[in-house]
Design a protein around this ligand. Structure first.
Ligand code: MRU
Length: 348
């Protein structure tokens, strides 16, 4: 089982360093919440649910270092920790979901002492991690019902164990569950420029799971769809608006448009914590602009661009809901109209 995020007995946060995969499997240990925040910014850990779980662990680390017995002073320092972790990556709503859950825990309960709060915060972080794994397994098997024996499934970026606390993942959870259910399936993975999450992470996970995987560059997706090689598309998401508009890794929108052109069902697998019901549609979802070096250089190594060129590097795009066939969650599968179906799942 792939473990992406773990919390040690002493509260330290353990993260498999995703920048080093697939060639090196190195686990970094963090004892300071500021270092955890830096690890999120620098993509040691990435993927919406994994970022949320890691932030929860970072918060538990942060409270460990607060030295006061005064609950009001504690709460002020606590807010600073939440703010710092909340400033790491803007698009993945699971980050803000986890932070809000931790904020409510502390504000909503009348604790007898600061020590009680610290223990409760640590326990809540562990709970968020454990829940994430269970949720993804459920989601995977809900989605596996949409997959037919013999299907070839295209996926973009990495929405696997490495994008969650571990084990299943979201989009790859659907694929793994279909595989475990005995369906003979094949996977096409987009390499996902500029950070190559498809090449480095998705391909690694699929090989590890013994699932037949073919890696293609992003620009090959349309060609293979036209050739009739792709039966279904499953991707993850960083934030889904209440109407079903989907924010996901840059390039997802292009894949969805191509899918529509070729009548290929386009599915999104995401936990309920990825659905931002405060966001009526995708227009308001903040899109992270990342460092231009990600485009100027390949994997931080060889420069592939001339001096003087302008660079833009949005990390995500929005796929409008009409291009989405179904949204797979741990609570069930939502179909159009999504405002209604997602709302129903929320209240179920
Ligand atoms: O920039 P990243 O690697 O954090 O982007 C990750 C994605 O876009 C994933 O597809 C998304 O978080 C869904 S993961 C379950």
């Amino acid at each position: 089982m792939i473990k992406t995020v773990e919390f040690a007995e002493n509260g330290n946060v353990l993260l498999i360093d995703q920048r080093k995969l697939p060639t090196k499997e190195i686990v970094n240990e963090y004892s300071d919440y500021k270092e955890v925040a830096k690890a999120i910014v620098e993509m040691v850990v990435r993927g919406a649910p994994a970022i949320g779980v890691t932030a929860a662990g970072g918060i538990a680390l942060g409270v460990r270092a607060i030295e006061t017995a005064d609950i009001d002073v504690f709460k002020r320092e606590y807010e600073l920790i939440l703010e710092l972790l909340g400033a790491t990556r803007p698009t993945a709503v699971n980050l803000f979901w986890a932070i809000e859950r931790m904020r409510k825990l502390v504000n909503g309960n009348r604790f007898a002492s600061v020590d009680d709060i610290k223990q409760a915060v640590y326990a809540e972080a562990r709970k968020i991690l454990a829940e994430d794994i269970v949720i993804n397994e459920k989601m995977g098997f809900n989605g596996a019902e949409l997959i037919k024996d013999g299907d070839t499934i295209l996926t973009h970026c990495n929405a696997g164990a490495l994008a969650t606390a571990g084990h299943y993942g979201t989009a790859l959870g659907v694929i793994k569950a279909a595989h475990i259910s005995g369906k003979n399936i094949k996977v096409f993975a987009d390499e996902t420029r500029p950070r190559l999450q498809g090449a480095n992470l998705t391909a690694w996970e699929m090989v590890k799971e013994g699932i037949d995987v073919t890696l293609i560059t992003d620009s090959m997706a349309g060609y293979f769809m036209k050739m009739g090689k792709i039966d279904r598309i499953v991707v993850g998401s960083d934030r889904i608006a209440g109407n079903g508009d989907v924010a996901n890794k840059i390039g997802t929108y292009s894949v969805a448009v191509l899918a529509k052109r070729h009548n290929i069902p386009f599915y999104v697998a995401a936990p309920m914590s990825t659905i931002d019901f405060d966001m009526p549609n995708g227009d308001g979802i903040p899109i992270e602009e990342r460092n231009k070096d990600e485009v100027l250089y390949v994997m931080g190594g060889k420069r592939v661009t001339p001096e003087g060129v302008n660079i833009m590097n949005p990390a995500f795009d929005i796929t409008p809901n009409d291009l989405v066939e179904a949204i797979i969650t741990e609570k069930g599968v939502a179909r159009k109209p999504f405002t209604e179906s997602l709302g129903k799942l929320r209240n179920s």
